[in-house]
Design a protein around this ligand. Structure first.
Ligand code: AP5
Length: 224
């Protein structure tokens, strides 16, 4: 089986985390979500966490060098030798270039950048209603995917919270950052012919089916 090195690309709230967790279970690949990694670092009070917190709380991107090192270490690990799923990285052109260099050094390449497209009004509805489990980051939505008991995670029973950066004024700033710094990656991966567009404005199961269909097509093409 050829390795599967995937990038999940898309605006905040497009469902990268939701789909990333499904893909991780389906393909048994390590899943590296920079947002989750940084939030864990903030919680643990590590040096990176202390540096990242102020950027994250106001919806700014954390400096490239911090993130590049964080992900570079992970894709080199033995557990990632058959592939990996990246969620939230790269998010700037310098990050994408650094990843390409890292992959070249390892004699590997990115299989696909899956771009989950969702209109802005839907993003605002999704982020405004998102609830995140305090212990492990499990994701719910008050309207689209409510927990069985309000405020309690179905999976591990911990408290559900509103992320600091899901407050309305921060959401607007994150979207502006996305348009300025992350959107150029759509052309970046399109030019390299590895961009796969998926309509993310569908129920999660349908989005997942579409991603699987895209990956099945890629695999068939690789075998020809
Ligand atoms: P991060 O945690 O990566 O935030 P994000 O990219 O803004 O993405 P989100 O987690 O908000 O959304 P998502 O696309 O994962 O959607 P989700 O599945 O949760 O990053 C946070 C911060 O960390 C950044 O702002 C930055 O400061 C820093 N950072 C991270 N990476 C960085 C990098 N590379 N460089 C620099 N800084 C970095 O879904 C959202 C909601 O919608 C949920 O409630 C879910 O239940 C619901 N939902 C999902 N899919 C559907 C659907 N199909 N239909 C209806 N509802 C749905």
């Amino acid at each position: 089986m050829p390795e599967l090195n995937l990038i999940l690309l898309g605006p905040p709230g497009s469902g990268k985390g939701t789909q990333g967790k499904i893909l991780q279970e389906d393909f048994h690949l390590p899943y590296y979500a920079t947002g989750d990694i940084l939030r864990a670092a903030v919680k643990e009070g590590t040096e990176i966490g202390q540096r990242a917190k102020e950027y994250m709380d106001r919806g700014d991107l954390v400096p490239d060098e911090v993130i590049i090192e964080l992900i570079g270490e992970r894709v080199q690990q033995e557990e990632a030798s058959d592939g990996f799923i990246l969620d939230g990285f790269p998010r700037t052109v310098p990050q994408a270039e650094a990843l390409d260099e890292e992959m070249e050094d390892l004699g590997r390449r990115i299989t696909a950048a899956i771009f989950i497209e969702v209109p802005e009004e839907e993003i605002i509805r999704r982020l405004g209603g998102r609830r995140t489990c305090e212990a492990a980051g499990h994701i719910f939505h008050v309207e689209f995917d409510p927990p069985k008991e309000e405020g309690v995670c179905d999976i591990d029973g911990s408290k559900l919270i509103v992320r600091e950066d899901d407050k309305p004024e921060v959401i607007r700033h994150r979207l502006a950052q996305y348009r300025e710094k992350t959107e150029p990656l759509i052309d970046y991966y399109d030019e390299r012919e590895i961009l796969c567009r998926v309509d993310g404005n569908r129920p999660p199961e349908e989005v997942s089916e579409r991603i699987h269909a895209v990956l099945a097509t890629l695999r068939m093409e690789e075998e020809i």
